[in-house]
Design a protein around this ligand. Structure first.
Ligand code: DX5
Ligand code: ZN
Length: 219
């Protein structure tokens, strides 16, 4: 089965954002992954709503927005208005996760939950049916270009089992350190969506690299 590919714009050349978005439009990418970092939840600051609006102006793919911020509830509407189709909040940043998921769904967006490498997927058991997509972090969030954490495979398998056991329709996304090397194993374990930042944007032919990820990982 062919995975959905979500190139992360974090690794793009921000001085040529329009060109980079148009490159993604011309590729087989399924989403554009947008990493929002606040310098509090993660030790880095990326960009905010005006930049995301600029991306949305040119994007011909749905924006998959990954909020690495504290108090995400305060900004859900703003990100939805700025063009988010999927809004993922961090499990670790939400005291009332069920309420937050309802708020995202009420805005007409798909509700995502991202989990840090140390967070067991079992903590999502009671809300899995309310989640459209779980984003398993395969690096510690905050930076692109980090090394993939091998423990991720078993988390994917256990999450897939949980989804099947509950009869949920939740998609599994993997974020961090994804390459052509680990992609096939991630798909085999049950991943549906692969985020790839540096592997795509640092390659000499990003459009082809996106195609390779989509095709080779399904073999
Ligand atoms: C990490 C971000 C990722 C990052 C992935 O905090 O959430 O989306 O952009 O970049 P790579 O693919 O380079 O690990
Ligand atoms: Zn991300």
């Amino acid at each position: 089965m062919s995975p959905l590919i979500a190139p992360s714009i974090l690794a793009a050349d921000f001085a040529n954002l329009q060109k980079e978005v148009e490159m993604l439009n011309s590729s087989v990418a399924d989403y554009i992954h947008v990493d929002i970092m606040d310098g509090v939840f993660v030790p880095n600051i990326s960009f905010g709503i005006p930049v995301m609006e600029a991306i949305h102006r040119y994007a011909k793919r749905p924006l998959d927005v990954h909020l690495m911020i504290v108090n995400p509830d305060n900004y859900l509407e703003a990100f939805r208005n700025a063009g988010a189709e999927v809004i993922s909040v961090h499990y670790e940043a939400c005291t009332h996760l069920h309420r937050t998921l309802q708020a995202i769904t009420a805005l007409g967006a798909k509700a995502g939950v991202a989990i840090n490498p140390h967070t067991p997927i079992e903590l999502l058991a009671e809300v899995i049916e309310d989640i459209d997509m779980v984003c398993i972090m395969s690096v510690n969030p905050g930076f692109g270009g980090q090394k993939f954490i091998e423990n991720t495979y078993s988390k994917v398998t256990r999450l897939k089992d949980l989804i099947l056991a509950k009869g949920a329709k939740t998609k599994i996304e993997i974020d961090g350190g994804v390459t052509l090397q680990n992609a096939p194993k991630l798909i085999a374990a049950g991943a549906d969506v692969l985020v790839a930042g540096s592997f795509v944007f640092n390659s000499s032919a990003p459009v082809q690299t996106i195609r390779d990820l989509k095709e080779i990982s399904s073999n």
